[in-house]
Design a protein around this ligand. Structure first.
Ligand code: FEO
Length: 162
């Protein structure tokens, strides 16, 4: 069993993962509204990935005998200035999520909760990729010169995300 304090913290992180998904679904909607199906597709995939992250927290809490309560999900931003800005916002958001995961690891260490510390290691590693992917896409966008033709080229590549 984990402590009530730790269960609450993990439950809150589950909420943040769902928020991440909601944020990315909103970004997909923005991309769709501006005629960028590749960007929209990429963010739709990311939406699903974040829900899987949330489920990992859910499953862990259930397996630890915790009662999982749903917290409200805040409204994400919905207006953006351009398709490339979506990835700048994504990178900043993922850096913040990395900070939250690291705080949880610290909290688990302080409680000497080895099971939770071990559980969180998957997320510590995952966050490396979560930051690297948007950073690489931003580089690619920059390499195109950020003009309309370049962004359209990136849009064609993003639609290939599995
Ligand atoms: Fe669940 Fe994008 O981190």
């Amino acid at each position: 069993m984990i402590s009530e304090n730790m269960a609450k913290k993990l439950q809150h992180q589950m909420n943040r993962e769902i928020y991440s998904g909601y944020l990315y679904l909103g970004m997909a909607a923005y991309a769709d509204s501006t005629g960028k199906p590749g960007f929209a597709h990429w963010f739709r995939r990311q939406f699903h990935e974040e829900l899987e992250h949330a489920e990992r927290f859910y499953d862990y809490l259930i397996n630890q005998g915790a009662r999982v309560m749903m917290e409200p999900i805040e409204q994400p931003p919905q207006e953006f200035s351009s398709a490339p800005e979506l990835f700048e916002k994504t990178l900043a958001h993922e850096k913040a999520v990395t900070g939250l995961i690291h705080d949880l690891v610290e909290a688990a260490k302080q409680e000497d909760d080895k099971a939770t510390e071990e559980f969180l290691q998957w997320f510590v590693k995952e966050q490396i990729e979560e930051e690297l992917t948007p950073a690489n896409i931003i580089k690619k966008i920059d390499n195109t010169g950020r003009d309309e033709a370049g962004v359209a080229k990136i849009d064609e590549q993003l639609v290939l995300r599995k």
